[in-house]
Design a protein. Structure first.
Length: 343
């Protein structure tokens, strides 16, 4: 290569002093780029006779290569909240008779593969996580459609559970069951916590006509669920706790038991996700299902449309989770308006 000649997105990015992702967005004629930056990138590309390498039309191929990216093994083993099998079944139903090969990898492994030419796929489903800006730039440059599951990012394609509405549904159920002092146990390091906490706050405000009844404790991880956390809600006389997810709820129930407080007799607890662990735990948790199958099905159909029909429409969809009544919230009684005892 001659001196100062550019042959890759990174070369143009360095010359124009922008990111590779920005170069990719300009060359793909995407919105949200300033006129000055767009002109500089296009001029550089034209001057060096640079064009994007487009994927061959998949219709000429006998097999669609699909990649599912999932959280790293340590994270999932420590805090399992979904089943990959549901995603695979959903994708299989969405693709129907279309021949495909599904590969599953982790986010860290995908980022490593982006450094070379080893990642050769037709579509990517990013489940319950995010990829780097550099990885997004590479996928855009190669014309590979990608979509996020259960994560909502501005200017990206996604399909997610409606976390706000799900938590609002759980809160309404608790008030209808007679609970009057409801707390929230959140996980501040997970993006969806924002919408779940918002749903809790609105439930409190709608039933108490005030935000003064909000009792919230935010943790960094499930490891921080301890006897002190359970004591926090007891000291504030909560008769129910809405937890960020099922696994937080199960841990918290264990801590309440250590204090001699039974669920739901002494305090009600709800989860979220309908995780695999919830399905074997007793008492069964009242929760919201993520509708993983539905999210996977719509995501796969969107990718299929992109590959075969070359459609480029945006996918920004939130689906309602399914309310699942368990045994951790008391049944509504005639004295539902009374605050229940703690033991």
């Amino acid at each position: 290569m001659k001196k100062n000649e550019v042959s890759t997105l990174d070369d143009i990015a360095r010359e124009c002093k922008v990111s590779a992702s920005t170069v990719s967005r300009v060359l793909n004629n995407e919105q949200g780029i300033s006129r000055d930056t767009r002109d500089r990138v296009l001029a550089c590309a034209h001057r060096n006779r640079f064009t994007l390498q487009r994927r061959r039309k998949p219709v000429t191929r006998s097999l669609i290569e699909l990649l599912i990216v999932v959280p790293d093994g340590v994270e999932v083993a420590h805090n399992p909240f979904y089943e990959v099998g549901e995603l695979i079944n959903a994708i299989g139903d969405a693709f129907d008779a279309v021949k495909k090969r599904i590969e599953i990898t982790t986010y860290s492994a995908m980022e490593e593969a982006m450094g070379g030419d080893s990642l050769k796929v037709d579509g990517v489903i990013c489940a319950f996580g995010d990829i780097s800006a550099a990885a997004k730039g590479v996928l855009r440059a190669r014309g590979v459609p990608y979509v996020f599951l259960n994560r909502t990012f501005p200017d990206e394609n996604y399909i997610s559970c409606n976390h706000f509405h799900g938590m609002l549904t759980l809160g309404t159920h608790l008030y209808d069951s007679g609970c009057r002092s409801i707390g929230y146990l959140g996980c501040e390091t997970i993006p969806v916590n924002r919408d779940r906490f918002r749903g809790y706050c609105v439930a409190v405000a709608e039933h108490t006509q005030s935000f003064e009844g909000i009792t919230q404790l935010g943790l960094a991880s499930i490891d921080e669920v301890s006897p002190a956390v359970a004591q926090f809600f007891v000291e504030r006389e909560c008769d129910a706790v809405m937890c960020f997810n099922d696994n937080f709820a199960i841990r918290l129930i264990g801590e309440f038991r250590k204090l001699g407080i039974q669920v739901p007799g002494g305090i009600a607890v709800t989860g979220f996700d309908d995780s695999p662990l919830r399905r074997v735990f007793k008492p069964s948790l009242t929760t919201i299902s993520l509708s993983t199958y539905e999210m996977g099905f719509f995501a796969a159909r969107w990718i299929l449309d992109n590959i075969y029909r070359k459609e480029t429409r945006r996918l920004r969809l939130e689906v309602d989770g399914v309310f699942i009544e368990g045994e951790t919230v008391p049944k509504k009684t005639s004295g539902a308006g009374d605050v229940r005892g703690k033991k």
